[in-house]
Design a protein around this ligand. Structure first.
Ligand SMILES: NC(=O)NCCC[C@H](N)C(=O)O
Length: 305
């Protein structure tokens, strides 16, 4: 069985193939119903607009049938164990797309329960299918990922982790993260991304200020200040985050950069309305690419059965 729980589950070939396929789907390249006969569970324990809709619509477009579960539906809520839940679901479903309440470990338990592919639709640690949509957006916009210069501004959250794990595999990529002090990437993600960059020929840096950001960027990316399922440990967190707002001033030294955001957006917090709704923004094309990357991820999982 193939599972997509972390970007690290994918070989370079898998990653390139899924991203290329997503870009093809975005260009109208769906031929037939490759998931005809498949039954996918769509289980979201946290709020979702884009990811849940993308996987539901994507599975239906590919010819699968879906069963959706909300946060209060399964007997997990009345104390049934993760393991027993996995044993039951894997006897009935071909695929399970799940947004967990907490750790990725729950998804790993389900992936080893039986013959059912598991897709991580966001956990506390990582948001791999967001990175796939973002890479498909880069391919659709620039025609390539190799050599792109990207600045990520904001919390080192699940999206940042997946982007770091994916982008550092591409030769010539420059990925600089500017994360507020105390809100950086987890050390294990930093270490993996740095090791990948040194073997692929990418450049990867994380800093905790907004001084001297790189120039001639291709992409400026941000994320909301309130990451799902987290709370801020100190009451002064807004003062810590304030310098990390993405404003048009960042475009002075990068006039050709596009703006990306995993959404939902909070205009006036992590980004100004001028940037989000301005001509450089591809944020809503990026959101649509979640559909195409969900389709590519589902197809890749199903092809491995
Ligand atoms: N595109 C998305 O999946 N958006 C929802 C959540 C994004 C963000 N990384 C969060 O955890 O709040």
């Amino acid at each position: 069985m193939r599972h997509l729980i972390s970007i690290s589950d994918l070989t370079d070939e898998d990653l390139h193939a899924i991203v290329a396929r997503a870009a093809l789907f975005g260009a109208g390249g769906l031929d037939g119903r490759p998931l005809e006969g498949a039954i996918a569970g769509i289980y979201f324990r946290r709020t979702s607009t884009r990811t849940r809709t993308a996987f539901s619509a994507g599975a239906l477009r590919l010819g699968a049938q879906i069963i959706t579960f909300g946060p209060d539906d399964l007997q997990l809520n009345t104390g049934e164990s993760t393991e027993d839940t996995g044993r039951v679901l894997s006897g009935m479903l071909d695929l399970l797309v799940a947004r967990t309440a907490d750790a990725t470990a729950e998804l790993r338990a389900w992936s080893s329960a039986g013959p059912m592919s598991v897709v991580n639709a966001m956990s506390a640690e990582e948001h791999p299918t967001q990175a796939l949509a973002d890479l498909a957006t880069l391919v659709r916009h620039f025609g390539r990922i190799e050599g792109l210069r990207l600045l990520y501004v904001g919390e080192g959250n699940n999206t940042a982790a997946a982007l770091a794990l994916a982008l550092t595999r591409y030769p010539g990529v420059v990925l600089e993260l500017r994360t507020p002090p105390g809100y950086g990437l987890e050390p294990a993600i930093l270490a993996t991304a740095a090791a990948q960059a040194s073997s692929s020929g990418a450049a990867f840096t994380e800093r905790h200020d907004m001084e001297g950001v790189p120039e001639e960027l291709d992409v400026i990316y941000t994320t909301r200040w309130q990451t799902t399922g987290t709370s801020k440990p100190t009451p002064d967190w807004r003062e810590v985050f304030a310098p990390f707002q993405v404003t048009s001033a960042l475009w002075n030294s990068s006039p050709k950069a596009v703006f990306m955001h995993d959404l939902p957006a909070h205009r006036g917090e992590e980004v100004t309305a001028e940037v989000l709704d301005g001509p450089a923004s591809v944020a809503f094309a990026q959101a649509e690419n979640k559909l195409y990357s969900a389709m590519a991820a589902l197809e890749w999982c199903w092809a491995g059965r």
